[in-house]
Write a protein that binds this ligand. Structure first.
Ligand code: UFG
Length: 338
């Protein structure tokens, strides 16, 4: 039986791919986005898009009153760790403040299932090789803190109002829609895989590698890259768990790739060379960030379709090489040279 879902931030990178997964299985989707970082072109035509900022509670109330909703998926948020270190109150205000307004509105309108786009950044500096859901939560950035605060707010909404929620802590989201409809386009782009691809395509002169003196085999940082379509699948599976209670899942492949391994992967997939230069460390980067996804695998049978780095990079390369300006020329310019 098909459902009807509200997706905040459904014009953004992960949100747009979740919308695609919902539409592909025959569900109805209403997207709320203020387009501050999302793209109008990222909303597939079968979704109903409403331009709305979550600070506008009256507008949010009008949308939620037009139910019933099978669930609300909440993606709308700022998501750059480095930026949050420069603008902490903006991150806490947007991510936590707007999140609480949304949770409150859901409670008032009788929505009882909620899925939160959360982050590995709430774990801070890992003390174990792989992070599971019991790993200590100690955010070291306002971004991580803002997501942890909204997770806590959801725990209270569950305890007091019975709102069931899933919080999904993504590691490094990457790749693009296997059908080629959607991809990754930030402005400015700061994420490793799109930047390496742009360098391979000679849109940037070189990739700047932030440090090669970490305690890792090749000295560069290791991250757990997880395909955005696999993340979308995980959201749908997490939803099926809410009948038995609220859940938290760490979402990664359980293996890591270093910055140098990402460069080599892009070179293999594209057949092109990636010039690079080593520079100093970027503030706030942990050496290694890898998930233990055991819980979601055990409880839902989640089985990533794009677990291999080259497969993730292949889809990212296909979209990025076909869309040099992102979704369109007006809201995404090509990255400026490094
Ligand atoms: N890196 C470079 N050069 C670049 C860009 C990145 O060497 O030009 C390195 C970074 O130092 C890091 C790795 O590539 O070691 C990945 O960096 P990203 O900026 O792509 O991603 P982050 O790991 O910093 O952060 C991402 C999301 C966050 C999320 C986090 C969780 O942006 O929202 O993953 O793992 F919280």
């Amino acid at each position: 039986m098909s459902g009807r879902y509200l997706v905040t931030g459904g014009a953004g990178f992960v949100g747009s791919h979740l919308v695609a997964a919902l539409l592909d299985r025959g569900d109805k989707c209403v997207v709320l986005d203020n387009y501050s970082t999302g793209h109008r072109g990222g909303v597939l035509p079968d979704a109903h898009a409403i331009e709305l900022d979550l600070v506008d509670v009256a507008a949010l109330d009008r949308v939620l009153a037009d139910g019933p909703w099978d669930a609300v998926f909440h993606f709308a948020a700022l998501s750059l760790v480095g930026e949050s270190m420069r603008e902490p109150m903006r991150y806490l205000g947007d991510n936590y403040g707007n999140g609480v307004r949304l949770v409150d509105a859901c409670v008032r309108h009788g929505v009882n299932r909620f899925v939160l786009s959360s982050t590995a950044a709430l774990f801070g500096r890992p003390t174990t090789p792989r992070l599971d859901e019991e790993s200590p939560i100690e955010p070291v950035s306002p971004y991580g803190e803002s997501k942890w605060l909204i997770e806590r707010a959801l725990a209270w909404a569950d305890r007091i109002h019975g709102l069931r929620y899933a919080t999904l802590r993504y590691f490094n989201a990457a790749g693009s829609d296997p059908a080629g409809r959607l991809g990754e386009a930030h402005n400015p782009e700061t994420h490793l895989i799109p930047l390496v691809i742009d360098t391979a395509l000679a849109r940037r002169p070189e990739l700047v590698v932030f440090g090669n003196d970490y305690d890792t085999p090749d000295g560069t940082c290791i991250r757990d890259y997880v395909h955005v379509a696999d993340l979308a699948d995980a959201h749908l599976l997490a939803l099926t768990q809410l009948d038995r209670g609220s859940v938290a899942y760490n979402l990664g492949n359980g293996g890591g790739a270093s910055v140098m391994e990402v460069i080599r992967s892009v070179e293999r997939v594209s057949g092109l060379q990636v010039p690079y230069r080593i520079t100093g460390r970027r503030a706030g980067d942990p050496a290694i960030l890898v998930a233990d996804p055991g819980r979601i695998v055990r409880e839902t049978g989640w089985s990533p379709r794009f677990a291999a780095l080259d497969d993730i990079v292949r889809t990212a390369f296909a979209w990025r090489s076909a869309h040099p300006f992102g979704y369109d020329n007006s809201d995404t310019k090509p990255a400026s040279p490094a």
